[in-house]
Design a protein around this ligand. Sequence first.
Ligand code: PRX
Length: 650
Amino acid sequence: MTGQPAKENFTNGLFADELIFHPSSEFKDNANIQDSRIYLDAEENWLEYWNSQASKLSWFKKWDFTLQWEQCFAKWFVGGSLNVSYNCIDRHLNEGRKNKAAIIFEGEPGDSRVLTYQDLYREVTKFANVLKDMGVKKGDRVSLYMPMIPELPIAMLACARIGAVHSIVFGGFAVESLRDRINDAGSKVVVTTDGGYRRGKGLPIKKNVDKALEGNTSVEKVVVVNRTGAEIEMQEGRDLWYHQLMKDAPIGCPAEPMSAEDMLFILYTSGTTGKPKGVVHSSGGYLVGTSSTFNMVFDIKEDDIYWCTADIGWITGHSYVVYGPLANGATTVVFEGAPNYPEKDRFWEVIEKYAVTIMYTAPTAIRAFMKWGDQWPAGRDLSSLRLLGSVGEPINPEAWLWYHKNIGKERCPIVDTWWQTETGQIMVSSLPGINATKPGSASMPLPGLEIDVVDPAGNPVPAGNSGLLVIKRPWPGMLSTVYKDPERYLEQYWSRFENMYFTGDKAVKDKDGYFWMLGRVDDVINVSGHRMSTMEVESALVDHPAVAEAAVIGKSHEIKGQAISAFVTLRDTHTFGDELVKELKAHVATKIGALARPDDIFHTAELPKTRSGKIMRRLLRDIADGKALGDTSTLANPETISGLKENYTE
Ligand code: PRX
């Protein structure tokens, strides 16, 4: 990349837009997309654009209609039939990729495995036969609760092969979150491991499953992958070892023809209520969305070694560790460990070891690396890298520039990709061979998409003004519904504006059409790129006998982006103190998972509320961020605020 920061003072203003970086001519000349006409062509006929992207996949039967739109429910590629696992594996076997690495696995302890596309075919078809043997049929749900090991993508693809629907639960979720997600999905089978590694310590994966399945459950069988050798109990008749089942399973299993609209997976994500939503993604539209964006945003080439550091338990892992890369016949790295174990250069060690060419990670990780010091990446050979990506939260220009300099060595373009669990695919990002990038801006909507910033009445705001981020036309990777709750789908995404999808984010579009994402406007918080609802954490707190009421907010945090602060009122039976704070933090971690553990818990006699009884989280946020308080005139109990402020600064 060429171009130097024009201004030293880049961190103060939001618009660091004097800083512009252009891709080098070498990168441009070799890029998959070199002609900016792609935007115009896609705009001229966006359905045709998606048709041409869809034609790159392998279909058993071509679709009759590209899009059927019925009162905010979209059906993509209607009448078409395909199989996602076939597209991710089988077709590559005949296209010269049989012996190409599909998955490079790096385990936390340093163990390594490479699975070629042929290996993947063998493992996936065997496990598909295992599932079939257990009575899993098309449309049945299978929950996957596992660390980042190859058996996770194998299980995903085996489900896809026979038309079963997978529902992955991130391994960091605790028992209750796991139980809720298994129950809501009504899963027949759970695939898990005996344990997992986390910075050298063991994770009680199977024990969590045992607890989650206590009482009534739809689950008939639990398949256990032997990962750590941890001591576990195997329940007779229910629990079966993966390796024993696989030993006798035959290789080869026909790929079930699925209608494009058939469900591929459910992924639970936090909304604005205490109950996570089951976001449903279809087979055809989702694969068209993820495979096409993967190809153009990451500029993938046959010999690239691509590494997305996200956990497969989140949407980024679904779309850009597994489906997008494998649909493109790419080599994808699956890394089980943490960035700072055994040392703070583990990521750079992985890049050096496998000569990774494309790296896709999160701003929270980049900020942690900055803090740990430049010496860690400097001590490793990162010369293989040619493109970098960022996802999950706004990247501050300072972190962007650090990434650019210390990891990309001022050579690699950075794609800052904005999207959501619900969008399935990247929506806003630069195309690295075409667009100049501005540190801190996710750049512009990808071809074929119509995205805008509007005022509360739905009218576009002038350039440079902030407003609400909306999507004005359907796109193939979009969620098809909320599992078992179409009303919630309509309410959540389509009720705010007519015929526009409301993202829940606010943003600014600048004079050049570049989007600057400014975070959520609803009760969703983003802690280290992990999405959480304030209400979920509040419910966990009030579940503790000491707590009468709780209000949770996200406060700015140097590394995590946002951290959780909680304000609680207590029952008369309890008194506030360090012990109780500890207990409450642990309680939340046990209920939801360590990722939801509040950083601080404050006691207050009362919570600030409107006269209609709604907690005014905005005021709490201002207090936590040390800001001057905005309008307090709607407050029913203004005196609580001064007490709270004092308490907070103590
Ligand atoms: O607020 C936006 C933020 O993450 C939210 C979506 O979270 P989730 O569904 O967990 O998916 C995260 C990974 C795709 C969005 O509503 N977000 C995601 N990417 C960016 C971002 N904010 C700013 N810049 C991004 N690149």
